[in-house]
Design a protein around this ligand. Structure first.
Ligand SMILES: *[C@@H]1O[C@H](CO)[C@@H](O)[C@H](O)[C@H]1NC(C)=O
Length: 301
């Protein structure tokens, strides 16, 4: 210790000034903050494609196709000018919702749209929903409204999503997949979600699900390479196939739901034996990842 240091230390001691130390004292009350750190509840909910199975006791299933409240926490409601149904969608990560580009044909502009997460009964308000504005509408640059080629659109939300028990993303199909979706999942049971077609006079309030079978490309009556087909396997069922833009999902072998399709055109209500058309998400995945990867967080686990 040199002389100068000794003088300083003695001076501090004489005036009872404590030597500077790294203290761990900071009295911020973390109780009322949203905690997104590792191990926090929000981080714990950053899982993709996990459906909710713990159902509240007062939930009733009517007609076999209504889903449990918040059973599929990625299901997104897009509304325009107040409460008008624009489209369905799927939450992909903490900033983006995936939907169909033809939803733009409903005529609403970006600032007239809102995105509702955690929704089940769209006719009655509840405390679980979170409403976002749309910061950016990103339709696929090759979208063609005549054929519904590349009928896919990303919505960038105005703020980040905090995941919870009712709001979580769906998994994307494997980006490395080389076989097309239809060949990989041919004949498998898939399901489409929606609040019902909006051109039907009877308003559907609660989220519904319809079980479908994926068609082999040979049996799919379209020449549009970005579309795949799915239809009702057991005939006689008169079910709407959900809203435009909503998810066509499949349960993978890890017990997680993957987004394999987006409800596109040709979707009538219960035309027996005639399939609906869905945008093949696996085919469009590089575009989705390219747009979203820089400013959003995915839950890959
Ligand atoms: C939404 O409301 C605005 C303002 O009233 C109106 O100009 C617009 O046409 C409405 N959009 C649709 C699709 O109804």
């Amino acid at each position: 210790m040199n002389v100068m240091k000794l003088i300083i230390v003695l001076t501090l001691a004489y005036f009872h000034i404590p030597l500077a130390k790294c203290t761990t004292r900071f009295n911020i009350n973390l109780k009322h903050h949203i905690d997104l750190s590792y191990g926090s509840p929000a981080y714990k909910h950053c899982e993709c494609g996990r459906r909710n199975t713990n159902q509240p006791q007062n939930t009733r299933i009517v007609g076999g196709t209504e889903v449990f409240e918040n059973e599929y926490p990625w299901m997104t409601l897009i509304i325009g000018n107040g409460s008008r149904l624009v489209c369905g969608g799927s939450l992909l990560n903490d900033r983006y919702v995936l939907t169909a580009a033809h939803c733009l044909l409903r005529g609403f502009r970006q600032n007239e749209m809102k995105v509702v997460l955690g929704e089940h009964d769209r006719c009655n308000g509840d405390l679980k929903t979170v409403v976002f504005s749309v910061e950016k509408l990103i339709p696929h640059p090759d979208y063609h409204s005549g054929t519904n080629y590349a009928d896919i659109m990303l919505l960038k939300l105005n703020m980040r999503v905090t995941f919870n028990e009712y709001i979580r993303p769906i998994c994307l199909p494997n980006i490395l997949t080389r076989t097309t979706t239809t060949i990989k999942f041919n004949g498998k049971t898939v399901s489409a979600l929606g609040w019902g077609e909006n051109d039907i006079s009877k308003k559907v309030c609660t989220l519904h699900k319809v079980k479908l079978k994926l068609y082999h490309p040979i049996d799919c009556p379209t020449k549009v390479s970005t579309l795949l087909c799915a239809g009702i396997s057991s005939g006689g069922q008169d079910a709407c196939q959900g809203d435009s833009g909503g998810p066509l999902q499949i349960l993978n072998d890890k017990g997680r739901y993957e987004l394999i399709g987006i409800v596109s055109n040709g979707i009538g209500c219960g035309d027996k034996g005639f399939p609906g058309f869905y945008t093949d998400v696996a085919r469009m995945i590089t575009w989705v990842v390219k747009i979203t990867t820089r400013d959003s967080m995915y839950c890959w686990r």
